[in-house]
Design a protein around this ligand. Sequence first.
Ligand code: ATP
Ligand code: MG
Ligand code: MG
Ligand code: MG
Length: 471
Amino acid sequence: YCITSDEIRNIFLDYFKKNNHMQISGSSIIPKNDPTLLFINSGMAPLKTYFTGEEIPPEKNLCNIQPCIRTIDIDEIGDRHHLTSFEMLGSWSFDNYFKEDAIKLAFRLLTEGYKIPKEKLYATVFAGSEKLGLSMDQESADIWKEAGMDPAHIVPQPFEDNFWGPTAETGPCGPCTEVFYDTGEEFGEAYVPGGHFDTKKRYIEIWNAGVFMQFNKNTKGEYENLKFKSVDTGAGLERLTMTLNKLNSVYEIDSLKPIVDLIQEEMKGTEVAERDVHVMTDHFRTSTILLAAGVQPSNTGRGYIPRRLIRKCCTIIHKYQVENFNYEKIVDKVIKHYAKYYDHFEANRANILKMLQQEISSYNEILKEGIQRIEKICEKSGDIVSGNDAFVLVTTYGLPYALVEEYVNKCGKKVDKEGYKKAENHHKEISRNESAHDKDDSQISNQELKDLESSLEEIVETDFSGYEKLS
Ligand code: ATP
Ligand code: MG
Ligand code: MG
Ligand code: MG
């Protein structure tokens, strides 16, 4: 490694402290007094009240490192640069400096602090929206040029990409400008001004170098000026480590590669797909972080996430028929890494391992019973296993649908897919009506849970297609 993630953290904090920012500590991933959020998903999330003026920050300029959880990215896991957990390097200005200082600070840190050649850097700016009566952020584009950014590397992007909006209906918002790193031509077409900017593969977003909070979206949907302006920035530590070391993906960086290696060792003798190793790396790591924060696996609310992530790992291990997979070694590695920065990892070690073991052994029991049950149902059924039977297997045994289908096919039969979909939709209707009355879930916004559940359902289903290729 030409630069370690430790060095990257330190350079960031030292730089902002030298430039008059006060370092504050990160918050727990479990939001305090924020019912709209499942987990802390950015550095600004715990600081929301500073933007609205409801609370006064300890200083006008702040910086920190914030652990983040993004369940919304779960479908992306296995690509080069999305993880369900990562650390965000953040800096803020409340009612103090605005676009000019923010952009110049960012450009200098990237080119001088991290020594990134400027040919590698691109910046996106808000292109404006006629429909919403918002103009193009020409000011940011001009400041980037003045700071030294190649004018051909300044990319105007639409509202969806470069306007940071409130997650709720109203609240502070504004245009943003983001920095991308060019990982080279082997990853896709070069950007030409006016053409397509490929942010999926070739150009990796490393820093939201400025959300310029200047509007308040009011109840009429209008953008009125805020009483004071603020800047919010956030850079992904794992992505910076990946790009600064010219690595192909985040799974090769110093904090993740050792976990990948351990998993590969445990999977030795199988033809495990790289993607599965990466998914397990991500999911074991995030589960450990969630368990360390005291999130107990369960069927509802926050606990649903570690349960799904751990079960996903178990089904992968089961798919390759690996016995005696050493989970503890993996989790231990994650604990050791984070223990350097956060006290609660070591302090909760025994509890983390206990919860993990319980979750794994209960799921393995479920898997075993479920598979026996599939075989029994197959014996009783004709050529077709009814949709209802399949649905009961999925819901009462928590088996992924694809696994049920696979085992049914192994018995030489087929599942009535249409019938299965019908049963599933019927169930969704019922639980939607129930959850409208369910007070316990009021902690988490329904939309977020809904999004979450549908994305998790999908991952369990689609990922299992790999099953067929193996047998
Ligand atoms: P992307 O478009 O790649 O999904 P984003 O625009 O959603 O990223 P932001 O909300 O702007 O990300 O967060 C700030 C920074 O946090 C990003 O520039 C990136 O470096 C990092 N980041 C965001 N999501 C992830 C993730 N899932 N895994 C790792 N780092 C991330
Ligand atoms: Mg994203
Ligand atoms: Mg983005
Ligand atoms: Mg972004």
